[in-house]
Every structure is written in structure tokens, then in C-alpha cells.
Design a protein around this ligand. Structure first.
Ligand code: GDP
Length: 193
């Protein structure tokens, strides 16, 4: 099922009625610079929808998009950007915790984006462990696979699978459009009745 419409609705910094309106939510989360904004843009065929960061870690809000008039994409702030001030890092972490772990929200899917070339960082593994603890329905995007040399690809994917056992991992590249359909299938699929 393709994405035919995508609209920015608002930036969210805390409880808001709009998230109570029963529209299914798909949350995108990842280390700053992992390629989250580029993925949202590539999925929606809109180069400007989510802002690709010139300065990583600048998203201070959760950006809410309405997709195909029936599903929300939530672009959560990136974590782990060292140049963000301590105060801002605390705020961003609070915002992430609030939506994913403390709030009343049940995400249809949580899309965790990791840089497949660099491999998961400690913060990525920590995030995944917390998502598991809270029984979130996670799909892991192994992003930027275009950066991996072809002869190294199978081994790198095997390493990722070993580090992230029990999770669906989709090899992805916004550059070559690899994985776009697999991800769309996961996040837009209607539940089986
Ligand atoms: P965010 O901070 O997670 O939202 O990351 P961005 O979407 O701003 O991307 C961070 C950097 O990674 C940018 O320079 C992008 O051009 C680059 N990038 C994103 N996706 C890919 C990809 O699939 N392949 C490659 N080679 N670079 C990518």
C-alpha cells in the first residue's frame, strides 16, 4: 500500500488531545544522525516533510504527521547527540520517555532506526531493551546499507542479527530505496481480524 498523502499536523511537547483521537500511531526513534528524517521523507516521497538535520539533534519536539488520512507518524527526537547541551538532552530524553514509556499510548509499531554501517551503539541497545521491557511492537531498520561493501554485507547483517536477537530487521537505504516496501508493509498493514 503506497503513501498517497502526508501532512505535518503539529509539534508535540506533552499531553495533547490530538493523540487521544484513536488514529493508529507509528513512532520513529533512533540515534541522532541515524537517518530518521531521511527515512520519513523517503517513505512519503516528500524531500522536505521531516527536516533532514543540518545540525543533528535539533528536533526539540515530537513532529506529528498524518499519513493517508488514517495513520499518524510520530517523529521522535533523536538521542545521543553529544553536542546538545545537558539540559536539552535531559528534556529530549524526558519527551521520548513520556511518549514511549510513561504515557498512555500504544503504538501500532515503533520503528527503531540504527546505522547498519556503524552497528548499534550502547544507547541503541539500551533503547531496544526498554522497548522490549514495555512489550512494544518494534521493527528495526538497519539503515545506510549502501555504505556497506557488497562482500561485507552478509557478515554485517549476521552481526546485527546476533546483536539484536528476536527482532525483525529490515535492511534499508534511503539512497537506493532498498527496504522501502518492506517497511511500508510492516507499518501500514491492517491488523488481521
Ligand atoms: P536524523 O538525525 O536521524 O534525522 O538523520 P538525517 O535524516 O538528518 O540524516 C543524517 C545524515 O545521514 C544525512 O547527512 C543524510 O544525508 C545521511 N543519510 C540518511 N539516510 C542515508 C542512507 O540511506 N544512506 C546514506 N549513505 N546516507 C544517509
Amino acid at each position: 500500500m503506497p503513501i498517497t498523502s502526508a501532512k505535518f499536523i503539529q509539534g508535540i511537547v506533552g499531553t495533547t488531545e490530538i493523540l487521544d483521537d484513536a488514529v493508529p500511531q507509528v513512532a520513529f526513534i533512533g540515534r541522532s544522525n541515524a537517518g530518521k528524517s531521511t527515512i520519513i521523507n523517503s517513505l512519503t516521497h516528500n524531500k522536505k516533510l521531516a527536516r533532514v538535520s543540518r545540525t543533528p539533534g535539533r528536533t526539540q519536539e515530537i513532529n506529528l504527521f498524518l499519513i493517508n488520512k488514517k495513520i499518524y507518524f510520530l517523529d521522535l527526537p533523536g538521542y545521543g547527540y553529544a553536542k546538545v547541551s545537558k539540559k536539552d538532552q535531559v528534556w529530549l530524553q524526558k519527551l521520548i520517555n513520556w511518549h514511549l514509556f510513561k504515557g498512555p499510548y500504544i503504538q501500532k509499531k515503533v520503528v527503531l532506526i540504527i546505522d547498519a554501517y556503524l552497528g548499534p551503539t550502547d544507547l541503541d541497545l539500551e533503547m531496544l531493551a526498554r522497548l522490549d521491557e514495555h512489550d512494544k511492537d518494534v521493527v528495526v531498520i538497519a539503515n545506510k546499507i549502501d555504505k556497506i561493501r557488497q562482500p561485507d554485507f552478509a557478515q554485517q547483517m549476521a552481526n546485527l542479527r546476533a546483536q539484536l536477537p528476536g527482532h525483525l530487521i529490515i535492511p534499508y537505504s534511503s539512497k537506493t530505496k532498498t527496504g522501502v516496501n518492506d517497511l511500508l508493509k510492516e507499518i501500514l498493514a491492517e491488523p488481521v481480524a
